[in-house]
Design a protein around this ligand. Structure first.
Ligand code: ZN
Length: 246
């Protein structure tokens, strides 16, 4: 019975994703064909974003087929374990979260083209483009919609899900937490979370962690709260962890 439920659940998000994507394309093409400047601008913006993503996909797959394909497939992968969340992802991803998804995806395929990622993993419908084993101490995450870029000093070995829960100062769970705010805030994500978070991180780096803690920023606390709720794990109190910079 549970098995049957699980299978049925996968169909709905896929159908919602398909309908949303088709409606968005239809709307964009329709808008381009009107004679209203604003509608045309919106239509062309959407089509340009999709067009550049397609170009990045083709180049990425030509250079590194397996990882390039996995990145592409990630855009159409939703949360298999939580059907309701998957349905929301399927509904919001292709238009409501498009600006950050575009940015994140372009960064991922760009890194892939230049051989800068080692693995691509999808957790809960979120795609992680990861470079691990860096020897310059750089340990960072950039969460943009369902596209998360990760730079790690750790070497990831064994099961990825286990690593997410236990590795690298809970950073991947934290970045996952940001993706829930992307779903909530849509086009506002970059202004409310993305840019303040980036600036806050720069301030912390400039002050060498003295007098200012990036992890205290509201957006960072939101991400931890979401991650804690989703993974059912108590997120470590990042305020006591000096090495945190994400
Ligand atoms: Zn963060």
């Amino acid at each position: 019975m549970a098995q049957k439920h699980y299978k049925t659940n996968g169909v709905w998000p896929a159908a919602i994703g398909f309908i949303t994507l088709a409606a968005t394309y239809g709307g964009a093409i329709g808008a381009v064909l009107t004679d209203q400047t604003l509608a045309m601008a919106i239509g062309w913006t959407f089509l340009s974003l999709k067009g550049t993503m397609l170009l990045a996909t083709l180049l990425g797959i030509m250079r590194r087929p397996q990882l390039g394909w996995k990145l592409f497939r990630g855009r159409y992968t939703f949360d298999h374990k939580h059907p309701r969340r998957a349905a929301v992802q399927a509904f919001t991803r292709f238009w409501w979260e498009l600006p950050q998804l575009w940015l994140g995806y372009m960064v991922s395929q760009w890194r892939n083209m230049f051989g800068q990622i080692d693995r691509v993993e999808t957790v809960g419908g979120v795609t992680f483009a990861i470079e691990d084993g860096r020897n310059d101490g750089m340990c960072k995450g950039l969460s943009l919609g369902s596209s998360v870029n990760i730079w790690l000093t750790d070497h990831i070995e064994g099961d990825f899900q286990t690593y997410v829960r236990n590795g690298a100062a809970q950073m991947l769970m934290h970045e996952f937490g940001h993706t829930l705010d992307s779903m909530r805030l849509g086009w506002g994500y970059l202004i409310v979370v993305g840019i303040p978070s980036l600036l806050s991180q720069m301030v912390e780096t400039a002050l060498h962690g003295r007098h200012y803690r990036h992890s205290r920023l509201y957006a960072e606390r939101w991400a931890n709260k979401h991650a804690q709720h989703y993974f059912g794990i108590r997120m470590r109190d990042l305020e006591t962890d000096r090495s945190d910079n994400h």
